[in-house]
Design a protein around this ligand. Structure first.
Ligand code: FMN
Length: 396
């Protein structure tokens, strides 16, 4: 448990936490080991709900034998339940365990239900406006945390939820110019729009909160994207954030649930290796230019011209997205199987995987360090010499 730092706690649904949050990272990058280790230090750790069956040998085997959609979906729900229980056991009752569910995912309602039924402390929802999340979680004592990018999105969610008698327990504001994975913006040209500046959003939200009769403390704001030092944490908390969320720096920790090659690709990427492109969800995304992505981007225009408007059978049978550029033939979206590519990355397949990553340098440079060391650096500025690393990894 990490205790010695000088920042006020992040308080979510009455629970006092370290003001550093570990963001959800799919597929399988933040499972029970990472989320549970973060919670054990007294912070909010997040399991990414999507496609967790790959971490469970028996479930992966069952899916190999019956690769139909119903079997795959059931295996993923069983895996999510197991991961929540394992994370909670690892946390020893400290911190909080959240489950991240992307609105764009077709099984979103099932993931939310299983998370609630298996004792998740919070549901974090992004990649779309989570307007119906309070209805989906009715009757469960669970914190609800939307991920948004600008004050307009926050205002829409607040107004809609207040009509249902519910406030978000916190809001994560993710900056599309810096964060890893899918980015909350309609178009690649918009990534650097000034409406995403945290200072501007804090100012605009003060007006929104006042107009709705809310105090700033009623809804803690957690900012995300490119945060990589103690000074950055201090500056953002001083500027009005109640917490900060990090993704990439946690993905490369010893406790991160991905293959060591995954961590190496992220940690060793230089600024020139990081690229933004349009994903099969239609949202822009940020990743490392590994061999597959380099090839895909080289041929993107040709692929779009040739296959852009053609419908295809889902290559995995999972039908993971409600709208998929490849399956549904949506010309302006990306055209590849995102599930296959993300699972390859999780397994450490550098040639074929898709490696999501944030834009900025990492707190420990290329070094792989523990969750405890990362939290200590962010909260106190202290870096201790590394001790012998624990690197464990297993996939079904
Ligand atoms: C490998 C990777 C996978 C991610 N997957 C998800 C996801 O499944 N759902 C989500 O809401 N955010 C996802 N994110 C975003 C992170 O939760 C986090 O908000 C973001 O990475 C913060 O920026 P940073 O990486 O610069 O710290 C992902 C990020 C990375 C690096």
């Amino acid at each position: 448990m990490f205790t010695s730092h000088s920042f006020p706690p992040l308080v979510i649904r009455g629970r006092s936490l370290l003001p550093v949050v570990q963001g959800g990272m799919g597929v399988g990058i933040s499972a029970h080991r990472l989320a549970g280790s973060v919670a054990r230090e007294g912070a909010l750790g997040t399991i990414a709900s999507i496609d967790l069956r790959h971490h469970h040998h028996d479930l992966a085997e069952r899916c190999r034998q019956s690769p139909d959609r119903a079997t795959l979906e059931q295996a993923n729900l069983t895996a999510l339940a197991r991961e929540i229980h394992a994370a909670k056991a690892l946390s020893e009752g400290r911190g909080m365990i959240a489950v991240n569910v992307m609105k764009a995912v077709s099984a979103q309602a099932d993931y939310v239900r299983v998370a609630c039924e298996n004792g998740a402390d919070a549901i974090v929802m992004g990649a779309g406006l989570p307007l119906d999340l309070p209805d989906m979680t009715q009757g469960h004592d669970v914190a609800l945390i939307p991920i948004l990018s600008d004050s307009r999105g926050v205002a829409i969610v607040l107004k809609k939820w207040m009509k249902k008698g519910r406030l978000p327990d916190a809001v994560i504001i993710e900056h599309p110019a810096h964060a890893g994975g899918h980015l909350g913006v309609g178009h690649l040209d918009d990534l650097h729009d000034q409406r995403f500046d945290f200072a501007r959003i804090f100012g605009e939200l003060a007006t929104v909160f006042a107009s709705l009769g809310l105090n700033r403390q009623d809804v803690p704001l957690i900012v995300a994207g490119g945060i990589n030092s103690h000074d950055a944490v201090r500056a953002l908390l001083d500027a009005g954030a109640s917490g900060v969320q990090l993704g990439t720096p946690f993905a490369v920790t010893e406790e991160g649930d991905a293959h060591p090659n995954f961590k190496r690709v992220l940690a060793e990427a230089t600024p020139d290796d990081i690229v933004e492109f349009v994903s099969v969800t239609g949202l822009p995304a940020r990743a490392v230019k590994t061999p597959w992505l380099t090839r895909y981007l080289r041929h993107e225009t040709k692929i779009r011209a040739k296959a852009g408007a053609l419908e295809h059978a889902c290559p995995t049978a999972l039908e993971c997205l409600s709208a998929c550029g490849w399956r549904d033939g949506i010309e302006k979206f990306g055209h590849f199987c995102i599930d296959t590519r993300l699972v390859a990355a999780l397994r450490g397949d550098v040639a074929n995987g898709l490696f999501f990553r944030g834009r900025e340098a990492l707190p420990f440079g290329t070094a792989i360090r523990s969750v405890h060391d990362l939290l200590e650096l962010l909260l106190t500025g202290v870096t201790r010499p590394a001790v012998a690393g624990r690197q464990a990894f297993s996939l079904g």
